[in-house]
Write a protein that binds this ligand. Structure first.
Ligand code: ZN
Length: 343
């Protein structure tokens, strides 16, 4: 694990600037390309709208070039790629750069392959706040006035020193991204603007299932104490009305790979020992000796554990079903004392 602010990732970025020899540090299995229509795994039903849209559109798109070209798009993290797929449907081919649940995105270094993928894209969604700074370097190295880049930090109007970069856990983020996507996709393929709008409507309806569940949860369990390792799910914790008792300074230390203060560790220890928290949200992708020690303490104290992730777990989730699954796991932990260590 390493810093969110991009300092530690400098090595990979320097290699990028240097040009040809790019580091392939992450065993190159991170990049996943999916066709929009087939990629949104479970809750998005693209087949019906896809076929109904294809019929009227077929003569239109075949007039100029004879093919219905797909928009090549990239999501720096697979949760953004998933939302691109849901809005773009059959008209996008989406690649996610970071999607491996067994690796820590904070230590990600862009390979030559990744650079090529981003360079070829006409639509990009990236998080910002230093979380995926390599994207900026690649985009700068291959300027393209026609490439549309949605930087979620900028979209949300957040400053560079925003302490918590995990913006996708905030229920305000993806609706804003979806809206921006409709605009950009419609600019790239004006003939399909109404299709993109329809996809957005479906996406927002599906988002509501999660946000409604969060409102209900808040009324029932608001104020319940929880502990965490790093702030990955903190926006969800706040939006759900939970009381995060882990000191911020310790969360930041673990996130930035520095040593937590002894008094912070003592505070965290006592949260488990005194059972003053009902759930321990454990980042499965950013672990070290300290987080593993906390996990052991939670187990011994009988505090249920819920696994949380930097990137979307890949087995059949959409962005919104993933978020709902996290909320459901937290609820089961509080209500029944049940652990969901892995989604
Ligand atoms: Zn993180």
């Amino acid at each position: 694990m390493t810093a969110h602010n991009g300092r530690t990732r400098g090595a990979g970025i320097v290699a990028l600037i240097a040009g040809a020899a790019l580091l392939a540090a992450c065993s190159n299995s991170n990049t996943t390309t999916t066709s929009g229509a087939s990629s949104a795994p479970s809750s998005d039903p693209p087949s019906a709208p896809a076929s109904s849209a294809a019929a009227p559109n077929a003569p239109v798109s075949s007039t100029p070039t004879g093919t219905a070209d797909k928009i090549i798009a990239v999501g720096a993290e697979n949760e953004y790629a998933n939302v691109i797929s849901q809005i773009g449907g059959q008209y996008v081919e989406v690649t996610s750069i970071m999607s491996n649940p067994n690796t820590d995105p904070h230590t990600f270094e862009a390979s030559a392959n990744v650079a090529k993928t981003v360079q070829a894209a006409s639509l990009v969604v990236q998080n910002g706040i230093g979380y995926d700074d390599f994207m900026n370097k690649i985009e700068k190295a291959s300027p393209n006035a026609d490439r549309k880049v949605i930087d979620v930090q900028k979209l949300r109007g957040l400053p560079d020193n925003t302490p918590n970069p995990h913006l996708w856990y905030d229920p305000k983020t993806m609706p804003a991204v979806a809206k921006e996507l409709v605009g950009d996709l419609s600019a790239l393929q004006p003939a399909h603007a109404s299709y993109f709008h329809d996809q957005q409507t479906k996406f927002l309806a599906s988002m509501k299932t999660w946000t409604d569940a969060m409102e209900t949860f808040k009324k029932q369990y608001g104020g319940t104490g929880v502990a965490v390792t790093e702030p990955v799910a903190d926006y969800l914790i706040d939006a759900s009305g939970l009381d995060n008792k882990t000191p911020w300074s310790m969360q930041a230390a673990i996130m930035n790979d520095t040593d937590p203060a002894p008094q912070d560790i003592a505070t965290q220890d006592s949260l488990f020992k005194n059972k003053s928290v009902k759930v321990f949200l454990y980042n499965q992708q950013v672990t070290d000796d300290i987080t593993t020690k906390f996990l052991g303490q939670a187990h011994s104290a009988g505090v249920p554990v819920v696994g949380v992730y930097e990137t979307m777990p890949t087995d059949g989730y959409t962005y919104q079903s993933w978020m709902l699954a996290e909320l459901t796991a937290i609820k089961k932990a509080i209500a029944n004392g049940t652990s969901t260590e892995k989604l």
